[in-house]
Design a protein around this ligand. Sequence first.
Ligand code: PEP
Ligand code: MN
Length: 367
Amino acid sequence: MIVIMKSSTPLEELEHISNELRNRKITPETIVGTHKIVIGLIGDTAALNPLEIQQLSPFVEQVLRVNKPFKRASREFRHGEPTEVFVQTPNGLVAFGHNHPIVHVAGPCSVENEEMIIQTALQVKAAGAQFLRGGAYKPRTSPYAFQGHGESALDLLFQARQVTGLGIVTEVMDTADLEKVAAVADIIQVGARNMQNFSLLKKVGAQGKPVLLKRGLAATIEEWLMAAEYILAAGNPNVILCERGIRTFDRQYTRNTLDLAAIPVLRSLTHLPIMVDPSHGTGYCEFVPAMSKAAIAVGADSLMIEVHPNPSLALSDGPQSLTLKQYQELMVELTVFAKAVERWYQMPIPTQVNTESTFHNLIAVNV
Ligand code: PEP
Ligand code: MN
């Protein structure tokens, strides 16, 4: 259930309502928006009478039930106002969200060595990316396949961040590595195979870095949003959803089926920012440009693309990786599409955002 209050509601009145709700064993979560104040009610709201809540204060405008199993992740919970996830990179503040330019994340599947990661970082930055991606801990189907260089790869990502000023996106697979990963990552990735690793979700929810939550290989949209709910419920409001393709019947021509319909569907269901990963979504580099353009057309807030200096030698996901040159060419083409939807990234926002006037998201400061 949510209670929509007039934006002119005095603080004492908000306190009064919150206390009344607590007396009814409900935890109130107040979200101050630009036009409205919304109080999200957490707990067993089934027994509450909306009329009674309405009468608690003359400043109550409306009381609405959220009939979805995902509450905090639902659009209603923020009364339709999209979440903005702000990430402070050395190059400036980057905002993910429906009202912001498209954010570009690029890099290799795995961090392989110093030369390749620095070279890739410099080149994707030159092409216009704001974030470098690269796996240190890799979820591989075979235990005999390359598992990632672990801690030494994290050191290389730290170095790449210092050299280029790009933000870092990297995956955590195990709660035991969370602290190490969070020390380097500006955004922590939870991979498709861990989307329903609930103990990991609770842990990433209890720390301060933004979380990129990839869709599980066979996850429904509702299961995915419930996974996001775990992170939000644990106290971390900065969640970005990433569509990376789901398993369907064709394994011959595509690795996964990129579910682009999920983007407008999510938009109707949730306030969270949405990223698309056309690399895992198709499995082949030749299909990445078309699906990147399509992702922009359907309203993605961000793109994550695998790029490698020499894909034929890549230790993982070579066939779906673009060369540095192909990425640069694609970014030039994407300018046209992003400009058409008025979402081309000009420059990182130079100063920190004033959180007083907007919904109070945590700002991840990592400089
Ligand atoms: C990756 O980003 O390299 C990765 C392993 O992604 P996913 O979890 O979507 O398979
Ligand atoms: Mn990969």
